[in-house]
Design a protein around this ligand. Structure first.
Ligand SMILES: [Zn+2]
Ligand SMILES: [Zn+2]
Length: 118
């Protein structure tokens, strides 16, 4: 066990929040569920968050770090352009017969289903 009394640095706590599934992409921004319930809205363009920590310090908080990790792990679907976890994307190959996507496009499961690629 590590020493629980030492507060972990914010980037590490951000990674943990991301791993716990706290980050969601919504309405062109990110929402991050905080540890003390309550959901915070993060804008990565402006590097802002609605939580007290960020409002008080005007510096990246755990939620901004969590959203940065989420963005790094996701890619936009070539179909609906929703950020999708890289593991959940399907690569379009030549033999799929769809005229909508190009060979090598990465699309989400939903788009794959809608276009008969699955
Ligand atoms: Zn925050
Ligand atoms: Zn899609």
């Amino acid at each position: 066990m590590t020493n629980q009394r030492i507060q972990e640095p914010r980037p590490l706590r951000g990674v943990r929040l991301y791993r716990n599934g706290a980050v969601e992409h919504k309405d062109h921004g990110w929402t991050v569920a905080g540890q003390h319930n309550g959901v915070h809205r993060v804008s990565l363009q402006r590097e802002t968050c609605t939580c007290m920590d960020h409002t008080a310090r005007k510096a990246p908080c755990v939620h901004i770090y969590a959203a940065l990790v989420a963005r790094a792990k996701t890619r936009r679907c070539s179909g609906c352009s929703e950020p999708t976890n890289r593991r959940d994307l399907i690569e379009v190959t030549e033999d799929h017969g769809s005229l909508t996507f190009y060979d090598g496009d990465q699309i989400c499961v939903e788009c794959a289903g809608n276009h008969g690629i699955l």
